[in-house]
Design a protein around this ligand. Structure first.
Ligand code: ADP
Ligand code: MG
Length: 292
């Protein structure tokens, strides 16, 4: 289903339950000891999570050469492919997708003390193959047909695509003690740069969420350049624009929200609660156009 630098993901059947699963097979022998430790950390973090917007780890085992992560199968594949296929999402559909991701992030940040650190369309997976019509009158018609779409966030349009879940905890990190909601370790002895780091570390997911939302709405990422040096400079300065004509018809509210996420100063950047409280996230889907 997908290949990474050290892993391959396969579709498989769990012979004990007959259920279809995904198996992430990691080639142990290609990893350094710290990379191995990271896989074990990924497993540890996934074991402690239980949320409809987070891909579930069913079991973990290892052989001398491989690690095996048996995961909930996400039949629909990557959000990345859907963006490529569709070019861009309507605001209602984008809201439907991003709210699921944001609820997963809220759970990670506030209930588990986990920062994901690799939120991107390749790591956001659909649980089933989404039926997403192209943005057209069909799209609006589709927004009305909510009866049999099953699992959608009430009050949010663009159903029929099932659930979107966060995958790939390979770079994730625990930053807060879950019971006391304080940074891990003995704070009294922790250096200021670490305390500061911990305070802002969740904000990396918020920046990434802003990049995903931007990309969903227009079909291209906020920061891009063929030269890695130029790209790095653009990101460092937070240099992006709402490029015309692609952004002309997108609401001021959506742009306002993105502005608060793609904000260079992490202290000023929206937290997940501020994101979820923004009017754009709470807007009812636009009513369908009158029949012609
Ligand atoms: P990596 O660390 O190599 O990026 P990922 O966990 O992101 O590993 O998996 C790589 C790719 O495999 C994903 O981008 C996705 O396409 C696919 N994949 C991962 N987990 C699943 C899953 N549970 N169900 C279906 N596909 C998956
Ligand atoms: Mg990945």
């Amino acid at each position: 289903m997908g290949d990474g630098a050290f892993s391959n993901v396969y579709k498989a059947i769990d012979l004990t339950t007959g259920k279809r699963v995904a198996v992430k097979v990691v080639r142990k022998y290609e990893l350094t000891s710290s990379q191995r430790a990271n896989i074990l950390k990924e497993v540890q973090i996934m074991r402690g999570t239980n949320h409809p917007s987070i891909v579930k780890l069913i079991s973990f085992s290892e052989s001398t050469e491989h690690y095996f992560l048996v995961l909930e199968l996400m039949e629909g594949g990557e959000l990345f492919h859907q963006i490529v296929k569709l070019t861009y999402f309507s605001e209602n559909l984008a809201r439907h997708v991003i709210l699921q991701v944001a609820n997963g992030i809220r759970y990670l940040h506030e209930e588990r003390g986990v920062v994901h650190r690799d939120i991107k369309p390749e790591n956001l997976l659909f649980d089933r193959i989404p039926i997403i019509p192209s943005k057209s009158p069909i799209h609006r018609q589709y927004d009305e047909e909510k009866e049999d779409e099953g699992d959608f966030i009430p009050g949010v349009g663009g159903g029929g695509i099932g659930r979107v879940k966060i995958a790939d905890f390979g770079l994730s990190k625990v930053v807060w003690n879950e019971e006391t909601m304080t940074p891990c370790g003995t704070v009294g002895y922790t250096a200021p740069e670490i305390v500061k780091d911990e305070r802002y570390s969740k904000s990396v997911d918020m920046w990434a969420l802003g990049c995903v939302l931007y990309t969903l709405l227009c079909g291209f990422p906020p920061f891009y350049d063929e030269s890695i040096n130029v790209l790095t400079e653009k990101v460092a300065r937070g240099y992006y624009t709402f490029l015309s004509p692609w952004w002309d018809d997108i609401s001021a509210s959506a742009k306002d929200l993105i502005t608060h996420l793609l904000c260079v100063d992490p202290a000023q950047r929206y937290t997940i609660d501020e994101f979820l409280a923004h009017p754009w996230c709470n807007a009812a889907p636009a009513p369908p156009p009158p029949p012609t």
